[in-house]
Design a protein around this ligand. Sequence first.
Ligand code: HEC
Length: 367
Amino acid sequence: MKSRSLIFLVLLASSANTYAAEGDRWYSSRQVERGEVIFRENCAACHGPNAEATANWKQRDANGNFPPPPLNGSAHAWHHDLALLRRTVREGGKQLGGVMPAFADRLSAEDIDSAIAFFQSKWPEEVYRKWAANFEVSDMPSLTDIVVAAKRPLTRLLSQRIGNAKLDDVSETGIEDVWQVQIGNRYVYLLDGGKYALMGDLVNLENGRNLTEIARRTGVVALLSAFRDEDLVVFEAEGETRATLDVFTDTSCPYCQKLHAEIDRLQAAGITVRYLPYPRGGSGGPGYQTLKSVWCADDRKRAMTEAKNNRFDDLPPGDCSRSAMIDRGYRAGNQAGISGTPALFTASGEKIEGYRPYQELIPFLLQ
Ligand code: HEC
């Protein structure tokens, strides 16, 4: 591995978790509602309808297994960060000697997030706040913590090489002794017990599935679903919503302006456009202050349209609490691996880099 790519990895890996900055909870009420249904159908049989089972969760049963622990904040689910909670549901407890089934084949990343949102909605405020303030701490190791610790030798050399930057996720690939490690929006494959690292896409030649791209899209969907409509500037579909498009935008970028000029065409076709702020060049970029003003306006949609037409007279100062969204959007864009604006993401996490005319975009999104 060349040192340049290592530095690149370090830069990506240092981008902060986007949900950490929020004062309130990371999920929307819609996710909780949806999560309740998913939880009832998939989880309640073991964890109880309100995530309250089982009282004696610390005691092994006759077969030497732990019973399902409560997920309502009274046990230690809150010792795990979101990535680990997601992984627990995706992979289950089998590979760590537990009995919880894996849901990766049955539930989408969105469904898993909704199920997590549902049981987190049962957490008392004080438990949630501790969790949000302290994702990774665990003074009471659970089964998952033990497995993560046991996997550490696998990533030891990689961690050293990239300066101990945070590795977001380590998972099995289904190929013997090949592990996938996520670092920001990059994926690295470890071979031979972590002695070798390979960077590139992993493709199953039997069925043509690009496993890396699938992982990337799942990651982006999770990242973007953490943004609630209230946090964004949303141009709703006219009538029934047939597709949703998440767009990282900068008011000063000509192709963002061009896309915006056609937004009514997208809306009329049943497409909801959710704008996320992405100031090119970060806090020193040309659109940074304007984006803050747009996010602080009472009518954010109108302000967005004004700014995209280079009319700045009616924009308020960008000094309200909502202007924190601009930095959050910037971090999320970097984490999603975008290199410019506009950057478009479909509901399944597929990336479209750059402007596309509505005549092309509409059929693509509705196909
Ligand atoms: C067949 C019973 C069963 C089902 C169904 C089940 N779980 Fe579990 N779950 C367990 C058990 C048992 C554990 C403890 C670890 C183990 O044995 O695998 C556990 C552990 C967990 C943990 C880790 C908690 C901690 O404190 O470390 C989470 C989170 C979790 N389950 C969420 C879910 C969600 C969400 C669903 C539904 C999508 C679900 N589970 C469905 C039995 C189940």
